[in-house]
Design a protein around this ligand. Structure first.
Ligand code: SAH
Length: 394
C-alpha cells in the first residue's frame, strides 16, 4: 500500500514536470533524487544551510542591497509561481518585493533579485519574462512620474510655475521625500488648503486674522495651496490686472487689498501699497483690510483680486471707498459663481459710492468688474452679498 502511494507521488511529480516542460520549456533539474532518499535529505540540509548564510549576509549589508544572484532559479519558476527553491524562500522574497513596492522603492535593487535570474537563465519563454519586467518597470515609472508631478495633475505646475512662487512646489517642502510620501504630503496639503479656504470664506476677518496670528505657518500652507490651485487654472487672474496696470501713468498709486505675496507690487513700476493678514514678503503690510494704514482719498486704483473673503465684505468695500480718490477705480476680480446676482451686487456697490464701468468674464470662471468711485451721501445698504467658496465633502 505504502509502496504504491510513494511511486504514484513520484510519477505525479514527473508528469507535472513533463507537462510544464511541454508548455514552458525544460525545468532545470533540482539535483534531487526520489523523495525520501538520503541524497535528497542531505542536499536539502545543504541548501538550507547555504540559504541561511545568504540571508544573514543580506540582512547584514542592508535592505537595499540585492541578495546574491540565484542562478538555479528558472524563469518558469518565477513567472508561473513554481520554484525549484523551497517555497519559504520564494514567498519571503515576494513579500519583500511587495513591501518595497508599497514603500515606493521598487528599484532594480529591490525587484531584481527575483527578476534577474530570468535574464540569466533564459529558460523561460522570453516574451513572458520580458513582459513581466517591463510591466513592473512601466508601472513604477508612471507612478513615479505622477507623484513627482512629471505627468497628470502636477504637470502644469512643473512646466509653468506660478510667477513669483517661492515656496512649495517640488523643489520646496517636499524635497527629499520619496514619491509615495510626496504624494501623501501633497494630498494632505491640499486638504489643509481647502479647510483654510473655507475658514477664510465663512468667518469674519477678525477671526481669520486671529487664526493666522495663533499659527503663522498656516498662512504659508494656505499660499502653497493657493499657488497649486492657480497653476491648474488656464491663466492666473492677477496677470490680467498686472497687464492693465502697466499701461497706467507712472504716478498712479495703487492699493492691493489681500495681496498674498505681493506679486502685483513686484510686477509693476508703480507705487503699490500691499496689504494682507500676514506679511510673507517685505513689500506687504500686515493688517486686516477693514482698516488699512492709508489716509482718506490717497489712492487712484484699489484692487481686490480673489480677496473678498470674509463674511464682512461690506467693511472691505467701505474701506476701499475711504482710501480711493473720487474718480478712482475699484477693480474686483472674483470667482463668478460667488456672485449669485450681478444686478444685486452692482446695486449694493452703488450704495457704497461705486458705479460699474466695465464687466468682463474670462476662463468661464471669473468675473472682472471695474467700478469708478463716485460721491454718495450716506450708505443705505451695509450689506454686500457674495457666496462663500466651499467644497463638497469628500
Ligand atoms: N490677490 C492675491 C492673493 C489672493 S489669495 C492674488 O491674486 O494672487 C486671497 C488673499 O486675501 C489671501 O492672502 C488672504 O490672506 C487675503 N485676505 C483675505 N481676507 C483679508 C483681510 N481681511 N485682510 C487682508 N487680507 C485678506
Amino acid at each position: 500500500m505504502f509502496e504504491v502511494e510513494e511511486s504514484w507521488c513520484e510519477d505525479a511529480g514527473r508528469d507535472e514536470n513533463t507537462l510544464r516542460g511541454a508548455l514552458f520549456g525544460p525545468v532545470p533539474s533540482t539535483g534531487l533524487g526520489p523523495r525520501g532518499t538520503r541524497r535528497k535529505k542531505r542536499t536539502r540540509r545543504k541548501n538550507m544551510k547555504k540559504r541561511k548564510e545568504e540571508e544573514t549576509q543580506h540582512s547584514e549589508v542592508g535592505h537595499d542591497t540585492p541578495p546574491p544572484e540565484q542562478d538555479d532559479v528558472s524563469a518558469a519558476t518565477w513567472v508561473f509561481g513554481e520554484t525549484s527553491r523551497p517555497r519559504k524562500r520564494r514567498r519571503k522574497s515576494d513579500k519583500e518585493r511587495i513591501a518595497d513596492d508599497r514603500l515606493g522603492c521598487p528599484s532594480d535593487t529591490c525587484v531584481a533579485p527575483s527578476v534577474r535570474p530570468i535574464e540569466k537563465v533564459g529558460a523561460a519563454p522570453p516574451t513572458t519574462a520580458v513582459c513581466l519586467k517591463k510591466t513592473q518597470t512601466t508601472e513604477w515609472k508612471s507612478r513615479k512620474m505622477k507623484a513627482s508631478g512629471g505627468e497628470g495633475e502636477g504637470d502644469e505646475r512643473a512646466k509653468a510655475p506660478t510667477p513669483g512662487c517661492s515656496v512649495g512646489g517640488e523643489g520646496g517642502v517636499h524635497r527629499g521625500l520619496n514619491p509615495v510620501h510626496k504624494q501623501a504630503a501633497r494630498k494632505m496639503e491640499g486638504a489643509r488648503f481647502r479647510w483654510l479656504n473655507e475658514q477664510l470664506y465663512t468667518s469674519t476677518s477678525t477671526e481669520a486674522m486671529a487664526m493666522f496670528r495663533d499659527e503663522p505657518n498656516l498662512f504659508e500652507v494656505y499660499h502653497r495651496g493657493f499657488e497649486t490651485q492657480v497653476s491648474k487654472w488656464p491663466s492666473d487672474p492677477l496677470d490680467h490686472i498686472i497687464a492693465d496696470i502697466r499701461s497706467l501713468p507712472p504716478s498712479t498709486v495703487i492699493a492691493d487689498m489681500g495681496c498674498g505675496k505681493a506679486r502685483l507690487a513686484r510686477s509693476v513700476p508703480h507705487r503699490v501699497h500691499s496689504f494682507d493678514l500676514v506679511a510673507l514678503d517685505n513689500h506687504v503690510i500686515a493688517c486686516d483690510m477693514v482698516h488699512v494704514p492709508l489716509p482718506d482719498a490717497s489712492v487712484d486704483v484699489c484692487v481686490f483680486c480673489l480677496s473678498l473673503m470674509g463674511t464682512n465684505t461690506a467693511e472691505f468695500i467701505r474701506e476701499a471707498r475711504r482710501v480711493l480718490k473720487s474718480g478712482g477705480a475699484l477693480r474686483v476680480l472674483e470667482i463668478e459663481s460667488r456672485v449669485t446676482s450681478l444686478d444685486r451686487f452692482v446695486s449694493d456697490m452703488e450704495t457704497f459710492g461705486f458705479s460699474l464701468v466695465r464687466k468682463r468674464n474670462f476662463s468661464k470662471m471669473f468675473v472682472d468688474l471695474v467700478f469708478v468711485a463716485v460721491e454718495v451721501t450716506g450708505i443705505a445698504s451695509p450689506i454686500i452679498q457674495l457666496k462663500p467658496c466651499t467644497y463638497k465633502k469628500r
